[in-house]
Design a binder for this molecule. Sequence first.
Ligand SMILES: C[S@@+](CC[C@H](N)C(=O)[O-])C[C@H]1O[C@@H](n2cnc3c(N)ncnc32)[C@H](O)[C@@H]1O
Length: 306
Amino acid sequence: MQSTGPSGAAYAECAVVPLRQAPAGERPDGPPRYAPEWLRLREPVDAAARARELLDPLRGRLADLPGRADGLVVHDVGCGTGSMGRWLAPLLDGAQHWVLHDRDPYLLHFAAVAAPRTAADGSRVTIETRRGDLARLTPDALTGAVLVTASALLDVLTGEEVGRLAAACAAAGCPALLTLSVAGRVDLTPAHPLDAEITEAFNDHQRRTGMLGPDAVAAAADAFTGHGASVRLHPSPWRLGPDEAGLTAPWLRGWVGAAVEQRPELRTRADRYLDERLAACAAGELRVVVHHTDLLALCRPTGGDS
Ligand SMILES: C[S@@+](CC[C@H](N)C(=O)[O-])C[C@H]1O[C@@H](n2cnc3c(N)ncnc32)[C@H](O)[C@@H]1O
């Protein structure tokens, strides 16, 4: 399970994720929950960050597919409230059916009510939701898929889960567009002597519960190439300036909070650091680049009847 900080925040991927109260009947120490408010806050910044450079090779692969005229079946894993579909569906031509997977039924509800409706060429987009844990993903779950997508997911998975995802995509013979995995690097302007130590402690915090954190993209690239896929990577950094202060402030709190949780000896210096950073953010004087990487894996087609 992912750790939960003393302030009630669970730290995941590159940012603070305010932890919702566990619903009645659920263990409070279950897997981390992602607040829809947090996902809503990051959605426009995520949309600006995802690497459109990977879309042409993806479109090329999709154009060659037999049966494409019947519409594209896309599986978005770890969909949260569905931001990947809202971004990508209108960038692809043709009718699409999105299958949205998540283990959190609360987020799936949000995904269902804010589903994309129209493709780039005006064709219809439909969706369905599926609750389930990727730890139990089987190749059968992707039957009929022509594309698998994910966003801000890989770094919160274990190596085993990433391996399972790659194996399932390879068995289905479908490409995978896996966006916005943290790269473990953050650039803050102006610089501060504590930046590097906080970054390192945050990265260690991500890894400590077995999640891949900043090692996720390399692990996924290895897993997909091991199945014979060709893999392309492209940077997809968040660029946070004064206009994004509403995201930067909670991100800073979570980032520093996780670092302190990992290395309690940082607390006094980190508290001061956070106060300074939040003041600069509020004054419009802070710029942050949070580095991410997008990955496109073109798996060997299996013959069109996967
Ligand atoms: C950081 S959020 C990203 C959500 C969404 N893709 C987006 O970009 O806004 C990670 C999502 O992955 C889901 N998730 C994490 N691990 C999972 C697992 N093992 N099985 C299924 N869903 C998982 C979480 O519930 C959450 O919705």
